[in-house]
Design a protein around this ligand. Structure first.
Ligand SMILES: C[S@@+](CC[C@H](N)C(=O)[O-])C[C@H]1O[C@@H](n2cnc3c(N)ncnc32)[C@H](O)[C@@H]1O
Ligand SMILES: *[C@@H]1O[C@H](CO)[C@@H](O)[C@H](O)[C@H]1NC(C)=O
Length: 495
């Protein structure tokens, strides 16, 4: 742990200092570091970035903060145009709020400093067929730039031109964001600047936003989010915000957060490309962090009216276990079988399944929370199997969405349950690519997930006891899946 922390401080300090010695050799070193970091930031499909286990999220979040160490250099890079294109592509697939913030931030920095790239933003905003989450990010980028460039006539005119159509969007959150950006521009701009821009034309609309109580109520949610109400793309470009403030606002576990003092001790008085700290800014984001802590806990309700919450729910869920290597063992040939165990609760069952899955070479074991792997009860059954098996964290409430996404990738959803429509295991012909769903120890598989299953398998019983243990059930079905392939010689390596 300590070594991990020290390593991050030293490496990122090196990145900072590298830029202070302009030379062709440092430039090519920087370029190759940037390429590596871009690679890590960009790994994972849209689905994976949403669900992949926390280790991967941490890695990508770390890569983004390190990439920011090069930001002063990047802003003057001859390859800046390619980098900007890459950022727009990342907006499409960067799902995690924590890393998405870095994408929006970098784009806004470029657009604040280099007006020649702004037409790209307007062009993207005029794609009315774009996905909602992209439009929301484009609004956020516009907002960040607005805070710095509200006095510029051309900027305000283009902003109104591109954002006004979104005031009529049927998607509630998109509409709320567009309103918030235009409202902010209106509040910041001088009246005589307003008079000569597109803002005059939409004055009646803005008056509505100002006066209407519903709009006022929605605005309160924007004020609660630091990024949307107080964040400053230039002044917050400090080591302290990147490695500490941002993580605290996002609810990272404390071991992910690095204090700027640690950098201070390493860098001493060495000149660096990014300031360590801006005390004024720190006071402001600390204040927001305290505000966030005082807020009532969010209920798990996707229909809840909070539209602007930008915090992921993955970080605070669990502690890190750095004994889990980033790259899982590739020694075992993996079967196209995913075991979805998010509904299970008992660490003993999950530990046992981890061992069975690892031994059989299952593709991935899906858990509700990675935290369980740190429990003694889990480890006593798992032994060290979980260190060699790809684990994935999918919250119980996200399971239906995850299953349907996997079905689109070609997996058949197979529920293991005693149900009316279940096929007996001895009569079941199990498809090649499957995602096996096991039920909760008490409640089994809930109806909303049962109906999602393409096939249900039941293990014939004859004793008095009502049901089998869930680990045993899962293991029997997995063995039958393998047995059916042993016959065809498909999994000879395992035999
Ligand atoms: C202990 S059972 C759940 C309680 C069960 N619904 C009951 O009423 O007794 C937990 C899980 O084990 C699996 N299971 C247990 N017995 C099974 C059987 N005979 N066939 C298939 N799955 C079984 C299912 O996935 C089930 O959801
Ligand atoms: C620190 O932040 C304050 C408030 O945003 C700002 O006025 C000031 O210029 C910043 N200082 C530096 C050195 O950037």
């Amino acid at each position: 742990m300590d070594r991990d922390y020290t390593c991050r401080v030293f490496l990122n300090s090196l990145f900072l200092m590298l830029q202070m010695q302009p030379s062709t050799s440092s430039d090519s070193a920087i370029e190759s570091f940037i390429a590596q970091l871009q690679n890590i930031c960009g790994t994972g499909s849209e689905l994976e970035s949403k669900y992949l286990g926390s280790t991967d999220q941490r890695r990508r979040s770390r890569a983004w903060s390190s990439l920011f160490m090069f930001m002063p250099w990047i802003l003057q890079w001859s390859n800046l145009a390619d980098f900007v294109d890459w950022l727009f592509v990342r907006l499409k697939s960067e799902i995690l709020p924590a890393t998405r913030h870095f994408v929006e931030w970098s784009l806004a920095l470029v657009l604040v400093r280099c007006p020649e790239f702004r037409p790209l933003l307007w062009r993207h905003l005029k794609n009315f067929r774009g996905k909602a989450h992209i439009t929301i990010s484009l609004c956020t980028v516009s907002l960040f730039v607005t805070r710095k460039r509200y006095q510029e006539h051309q900027f305000l005119t283009d902003l109104c031109d591109s954002l006004t159509p979104w005031l009529t969007c049927n998607h509630f959150t998109v509409r709320a964001y567009a309103q918030w950006v235009l409202y902010t521009a209106w509040q910041l701009a001088d009246r005589d600047v307003v008079k000569s821009t597109g803002l005059t034309a939409i004055a009646p609309l803005v008056n509505f936003l100002v006066e209407n109580p519903e709009c006022q109520r929605h605005r309160e949610q924007f004020y609660l989010e630091y990024a949307l109400s107080a964040f400053d793309v230039e002044e917050d470009l400090t080591i302290d915000y990147i490695f500490s403030g941002h993580g605290q606002l996002q609810g990272y576990t404390t071991d992910e957060i690095i204090s700027s003092h640690a950098f201070g001790r390493v860098l001493l008085t060495a000149p660096i490309a990014i300031p360590l700290l801006n005390e004024t800014r720190k006071t402001i984001y600390d204040l927001w962090q305290k505000k966030a802590l005082q807020l009532p806990v969010q209920v798990d309700d996707p229909t809840s009216s909070n539209v602007v919450q930008r915090k992921g729910d993955v970080w605070s869920n669990h502690e890190v276990d750095f004994s889990i290597p980033f790259e899982k063992s590739q020694k075992v040939p993996r079967l196209p079988l995913i075991l979805a165990a998010s509904l299970l609760e008992k660490p003993e069952n999950l530990g046992g399944l981890s061992r069975t899955c690892e031994i059989f070479g299952v593709e991935t074991l899906v858990l509700h929370s990675m935290k369980v792997t740190t429990e003694a009860a889990f480890q006593s059954l798992a032994v060290t199997s979980h260190l060699h098996l790809p684990l994935l964290e999918v919250l119980r409430r996200n399971l239906p969405e995850f299953l349907t996404a996997k079905r689109r990738e070609g997996y058949t959803i197979v529920g293991v349950e005693q149900a009316e429509s279940s096929v007996a295991l001895n009569h079941a012909s199990i498809p090649e690519r499957i995602i096996l769903v096991l039920g909760n120890e008490k409640g089994g598989i809930p109806p909303n997930i049962l109906t999602l299953c393409d096939m249900l398998i039941e293990i014939p019983q004859s004793g008095e006891t009502r049901s089998l243990n869930v680990h045993v059930s899962g293991s029997l079905v997995m063995w039958e899946y393998i047995r059916q392939r042993l016959d065809t010689g498909n999994v000879r390596e395992i035999a």
